[in-house]
Design a protein around this ligand. Structure first.
Ligand SMILES: Nc1ncnc2c1ncn2[C@@H]1O[C@H](COP(=O)(O)OP(=O)(O)OP(=O)(O)O)[C@@H](O)[C@H]1O
Ligand SMILES: [Mg+2]
Length: 364
């Protein structure tokens, strides 16, 4: 990694207020972001939120309606794709079916006019890298889904791009292979040190693979952060709902305290740690992850705890999901370990509680 100044790692990609309009559709809406050198950075969001368009703008395959694209400190908005330090791996791979693996990977190198011995060495090296040694003579139709995937990645990596752009590259694989390829891709990225800009609508995939994630919604970036930050400290309701599950309680800020705030929710006073930035009276949504809601003895020490009654219990394997109606009429979902659920049944009285540190307050 290259250090700029005392403590800043240089950015490989920067978008400055980039927008893209397709007729009436504003596909990308004033997106600004920075991707650091060597980072595994994901764009995560639901279908149609503008992920592919953003990636294509970075790769030069789409021209922005407004804004600037910067690669390694150079404005490249007007630079054609083949002269950018980016390579793209498409969701549907776009391998050449009539060429063998070797020629698929060598394609870009031949266009650049490299001597054949250099090409042979580079293709061999990259086949090693993606764990397909000796596969050069195979035909594309003789490969499994995961092997095709690796050929597509090898074909992009062999050009030694500064930034590899990957558009849902594992989307076509079945779940088990996808999980395996996630781990392989992450390890590969670690080995080569290339900046990866990865597009996915799968939150689990983004959480496990990324150094940082940008969560997109309707053409805009709602939050950028590490997996832990995005999960534990979502800044908007959309982010809290899209990444994992959450109980949402509507209320108002009742009082500010040095260590947090009190939110009044249907007569309950919910303690929230940390965020004292909103004024008293402001309408807010309080968000609590189901795994942070404790029941019975486990809730004993929680600063937020109330009497309730079990409404529903759903067995989910390792965990049980219990819906508990609090006396105020609010229902919260708790996800508890199997053994903690022993002896609980619908209709039972139970105490439910959660810690202020696990409670997030979102502006409405
Ligand atoms: N060439 C185009 N012409 C017109 N509209 C387009 C074009 N490309 C994309 N759009 C629209 O722009 C919006 C964003 O599309 P985009 O493909 O970037 O979404 P996405 O986040 O990649 O979605 P998905 O997860 O389904 O691939 C969508 O409303 C889409 O219909
Ligand atoms: Mg897409």
């Amino acid at each position: 990694m290259t250090l700029v100044g005392a403590d800043r790692v240089e950015d490989d990609v920067e978008l400055r207020e980039v927008s893209k309009r397709f007729g009436p559709v504003l596909a990308v809406d004033r997106v600004s972001l920075q991707v650091r050198r060597g980072e595994f950075f994901s764009l995560l969001g639901p279908s149609g939120c503008g992920k592919t368009t953003t990636l294509r703008i970075i790769g030069g395959l789409e021209y922005p309606t407004a804004g600037e694209v910067v690669l390694r400190g150079q404005v490249v908005t007007d630079v054609p794709p083949y002269r950018r330090a980016t390579n793209m791996v498409f969701q549907h791979l776009a391998l050449f079916p009539h060429l063998a693996v070797f020629e698929n990977i060598a394609f870009g190198l031949r266009l650049r006019g490299l001597p054949s011995d250099v090409i042979a060495r580079k293709v061999d090296d990259v086949l090693q890298l993606v764990d397909l040694p000796g596969f050069g003579t195979r035909e594309i139709h003789q490969l499994s889904g995961g092997q095709k995937q690796r050929v597509a990645i090898a074909r992009a990596l062999v050009n030694e791009p500064a930034v590899l752009l990957l558009d849902e590259p594992l989307g076509a694989l079945d779940l088990k292979l996808r999980l395996q390829m996630q781990a392989e891709l992450k390890a590969l990225q670690h080995r080569v040190g290339t900046t990866f800009l990865y597009v996915t609508h799968d939150q689990g995939e983004a959480l496990t693979m990324s150094d940082r994630i940008a969560v997109m919604n309707q053409g805009r970036i709602e939050q950028v952060g590490t997996s832990q930050e995005i999960y534990a400290r979502p800044q908007t309701r959309f982010v809290a709902a899209f990444i994992g599950e959450a109980n949402f309680l509507e209320g108002r800020i009742a009082a500010s305290a040095p260590d947090g705030v009190l939110v009044s929710v249907d007569g309950l006073q919910v303690r929230v740690a940390g965020d004292g930035s909103l004024p008293v009276g402001a309408p807010v949504t309080v968000s609590i992850r189901p795994e942070h809601v404790k029941l019975g003895a486990a809730a004993a020490g929680a600063a937020n705890r109330w009497d309730g009654r079990v409404q529903d219990m759903t067995f989910m394997g390792a965990v049980v999901r219990a819906t508990v109606a609090l006396a105020s009429g609010i229902a919260v979902v708790a996800e508890i370990q199997n053994d903690a659920a022993v002896g609980l049944a619908p209709g039972d009285a139970v105490v439910a509680g959660w810690a202020p540190q696990h409670t997030v307050v979102l502006a409405r």
